[in-house]
Design a protein around this ligand. Structure first.
Ligand SMILES: C[S@@+](CC[C@H](N)C(=O)[O-])C[C@H]1O[C@@H](n2cnc3c(N)ncnc32)[C@H](O)[C@@H]1O
Length: 364
């Protein structure tokens, strides 16, 4: 789709692509932010950007040499794709990791408020340390997703927190005059039973407890001593890899997740010399016919969107990476009705457990 800013035309696409035309590469909240910056002549060199999922702001603001915080491998690829599509030199966009201590100071931060308000806190903490005294932080959001808690969090960091009027069903929250705050540790602890707890950085899947689908899967996972090479696809904090290793401690286990904070969390939780971690949104690191067993609680929710296409693409990759006779075991919600999709890829699809919410399949 095309977008015009300061007399230039930009063509911005989603990565990965989607057949669902209602899913777009940017929202009115992003446009609102640019409109505000133009109207108030508030753009300055070197802004820092948060949650720029498909690289819309990184591309459109590239002449201002933005720094952009990369949470997801797929986000990094989207930024690279859109920069290249629009003739933007990637050297103009600096990439920052979510847990980096920032070495530069900033006058302007632009934050698309994430669904996880814990993640918002982690991000405010990261930027707060490096803001100049008269810096401005502009947060954008669609009004339907707004929660009062957002302001409560922002007020911990800034004296001045003002909301703009709504425009195209979006609003901005303008933060100024930073308060003095001590940096905090951004880690939650969740437990699967009394014997094992997991640490996870703010913003990682299922912050308050181990997800109920994961728990259901843990009790219905079948790991054999002959499963030498195991893949935990979409591994989050590493809980399923832990369950697999507890059943076969000698296995070599590979954990893949698109989220930087998830991968870093799983490194804390899985302490095994046989564990390998990948910050990746696909299985391109693996050759065909590699795994005896693939386990997954696959992703269907991305911020405020639901999308089945990403999981289906991953399943096709799983098929390629499984050894002949290898098994793919997964848990999903009942209502997703994945069986038809799985039958298109696998010869045998067995429903091995089901309760009122979730279902576990074994595919061969
Ligand atoms: C439903 S959670 C499961 C997490 C963990 N396995 C558990 O059961 O708690 C799905 C995970 O998929 C990750 N994810 C999303 N898209 C992905 C992709 N394309 N490749 C790998 N992981 C992805 C998310 O970051 C998230 O951690």
């Amino acid at each position: 789709m095309n977008f015009f800013f300061k007399d230039s035309k930009y063509s911005i696409v989603r990565y990965p692509t989607s057949d669902n035309k209602s899913l777009q590469a940017w929202s009115a909240a992003d446009e609102h932010l640019l409109k505000y910056l133009s109207d108030h002549q508030a753009l300055s060199q070197h802004p820092i950007l948060y949650n720029d999922r498909f690289g819309f702001l990184s591309t459109v603001l590239s002449e201002f040499n933005p720094s952009t915080v990369v949470n997801f491998k797929s986000q990094e690829k989207a930024i690279e794709l859109n920069a290249s599509k629009n003739g933007v030199d990637l050297k103009n966009i600096s990439k920052i990791e979510p847990l980096d201590t920032l070495s530069k100071s900033f006058d302007l931060a632009l934050i698309k408020i994430p669904k996880s308000l814990d993640l918002f806190r982690l991000q405010l903490d990261q930027i707060h340390q490096s803001l100049n005294e008269d810096a401005t932080v502009i947060c954008s959001f669609m009004t339907k997703y707004f929660s009062r808690k957002t302001i409560e969090i922002a007020e911990k960091y800034f004296e001045q927190c003002e909301q703009t009027r709504a425009w195209k069903k979006s609003r901005l929250l303008i933060l100024k005059k930073k308060k003095k705050v001590d940096p905090t540790l951004h880690i939650n602890t969740v437990s699967i039973d009394k014997t094992k707890s997991f640490k996870q950085y703010f913003g990682v899947f299922s912050a308050k407890n181990i997800d109920y689908a994961t728990q259901f899967f843990a009790t219905n996972m079948d790991v054999q001593t002959t499963d030498n090479k195991i893949l935990d696809l979409a591994s989050g904090n590493g809980v399923l890899a832990h369950v697999a290793l507890s059943k076969n401690p000698n296995a070599e286990i590979h954990l893949v997740d698109d989220s930087f904070l998830a991968v870093e969390s799983s490194k804390i939780n899985i302490d095994s010399k046989n564990a390998h971690f990948y910050f990746s949104d696909d299985l391109s690191a693996f050759q065909s016919n590699t795994f005896d067993l693939v386990i997954s609680n696959p992703p269907f929710h991305f911020e405020f969107e639901t999308n089945i296409e990403i999981a289906l693409n991953l399943f096709a990759e799983v098929k390629r990476c499984l050894k002949k006779g290898g098994v793919f075991q997964l848990v999903t919600s009942n209502h997703l009705n994945l069986k038809t999709h799985l039958f298109k890829l696998f010869h045998k699809v067995k429903l091995v457990a089901q309760n009122d919410k979730f279902v576990v399949y074994h595919c061969q």
